[in-house]
Design a protein around this ligand. Structure first.
Ligand code: ATR
Length: 269
């Protein structure tokens, strides 16, 4: 019996149990994937319980993606570059931390829009932007501009990733030279303000990628489609990032089938 879980606080919203349990069933494995609500003050104790209970590992979601790093004895290159751990393997009581968000980001882009390289504008400068920049650079896109509401944060990320940056107010001027724009901000998510950016100046062959998946088609993606641009939705990133995590614990690299896509689409809407 192989066990894994997602830990976070809150963790009710996580779609990971649905995804991993689907694959456990599909591949006929003896296993289970559950969720554990662990508050920050109890992080080490909560993980200790999973370890003693024989768990193969766990996913990490808000707010523990950075804090868990201090508890890991090994951290892989992607997690180090992204500065966050979202996947942990437990081996002999020791924690090995990885990050599959960069993989998920780039696999989803490849599957929905092709291999690139791209001339990129990244909107946002948080953890998701860092994962996107790392993934794009690793995959060969070196021309990246970062724009963020708080300019200081754009500058900091641009210095870390060795990219360019522009003030939020100057986004429009960068659009004609971009072949890919990526929204990594929370804007456009249900309950958040929309992303108030005019994308008219993008070239006709540009791709618009929104990592927000609730709603499935954000206002930004709807406007891009109206303009005839290719779009990449965020749900695929969620599914793709789960694949290497599942492989790490259950030993099978799973595929995203139609049934899974339907289940997750329903759960996210
Ligand atoms: P994550 O780790 O998921 O990327 P985060 O670190 O909280 O989350 O980053 C959220 C991003 O959304 C940030 O780039 C934030 O911009 P600031 O650095 O200025 O905070 C951006 N963001 C949040 N609300 C926004 C808004 N109303 N308009 C534009 N950007 C916004």
């Amino acid at each position: 019996m192989i066990r894994a879980a997602v830990i976070g606080h809150p963790v009710d919203h996580s779609l990971s149990p649905l995804i991993h349990n689907h694959w456990i069933g599909r591949y006929g494995l003896t296993g289970a994937y559950d969720r554990r609500d662990i508050a920050s003050a109890n992080l080490a104790a909560g993980i200790g319980e999973l370890s003693r209970a024989g768990y193969a590992g766990f996913n990490v979601t808000v707010p523990h993606k950075q804090a868990v790093m201090a508890l890991c004895t090994h951290i892989d290159d992607d997690a180090r570059a992204v500065g966050a751990v979202n996947t942990v393997r437990i081996e002999n009581g020791k924690l090995s931390g990885g990050n599959t968000d960069a993989f998920g980001f780039i696999e989803n882009l490849r599957a929905q829009a092709g291999p690139g390289p791209w001339r990129v504008l990244i909107l946002g400068a948080g953890g998701a932007a860092r994962a996107a920049a790392h993934a794009l650079q690793t995959a060969g896109s070196s021309d990246i501009v970062i724009a963020n509401r708080t300019l200081e944060n754009a500058k900091t990320l641009a210095a870390q990733r060795k990219t360019a940056f522009v003030p939020w107010e100057e986004i429009t001027g960068t659009l004609p030279s971009r072949t890919l724009i990526v929204n990594t901000t929370v804007c456009g998510m249900t309950g958040q303000p929309p992303l108030a950016i005019d994308i008219t100046a993008l070239p006709d062959d540009a791709v618009v990628y929104d990592i927000v998946y609730k709603p499935l088609v954000t206002d930004l993606l709807a406007r891009a489609r109206q303009r005839g641009l290719r779009t990449v939705t965020g749900l695929g990133m969620l599914l793709q990032q789960a694949r290497p995590a599942f492989a790490a614990w259950f030993g099978v690299m799973p595929e995203i089938d139609e049934t899974l896509l339907q289940k997750v689409t329903e759960a996210a809407s």
